[in-house]
Design a protein around this ligand. Sequence first.
Ligand SMILES: [Zn+2]
Length: 178
Amino acid sequence: MAIRDIHILGSPALRRRAEEIAAVDDEVRALVEDLFDTMAAASGVGLAANQIGVTRRVAVVNADDQTFAMINPRIVEAAGREGKEEGCLSIPEAFAEVTRPERVVLEALNEAGETFRLDVSGLIARAVQHELDHLDGVLFIDHLSPLKRQLLVSRWKKEHRNEPLTRTPHPEEPKATD
Ligand SMILES: [Zn+2]
C-alpha cells in the first residue's frame, strides 16, 4: 500500500474527534494497510488515522510482539496506575512522563469487521490508550500539568518553528515512539 505523511503538532487533524466506522469495507482495510506501512516506516509502536490526516476511528499497534488493527476501539475495563515516559510521532523529540491505567481491556473490530477483546498491560496497554486518545483529538501532552505542558510545548515550538505540519517518515529513523 503506501507510506503516508505524518501530521505534526499544529495540524488541525490531530485535534478533531475521529468518526465511527459504519462498515469495515475495502476502503477501511486500505487505510489499515497504510497505517501499518507508515507505522513501520516511522518505527512507531502505534499510529492513529488522525496522524495521517484521516479522521476515522482506526488505529494500529505494534508493541511487545503484538501487532493488530483496532477499528471503533473502546476500553471496557481499566485497572492500576503507572507513570512512564511517553512520546508521539506527531510531536517529534518531545517526551514526558504520563500516568495511565496499567492494564486495560480493549474491545474493537478487526479488519474482517469482527468484534474482538484484548486484555493487555504494560507498554501495549499504554500504546492502546495513547492511540484511543488520538481518535478523540487528545495528545499525550494533555495529560501533563498545565505548567509542564506549557513548558514542553513552548520549547518544542521554538525548536520546530518554520517546519511543515506534515513529515514523511524515514525507515532509518531509530526512534520508537507512538
Ligand atoms: Zn501519538
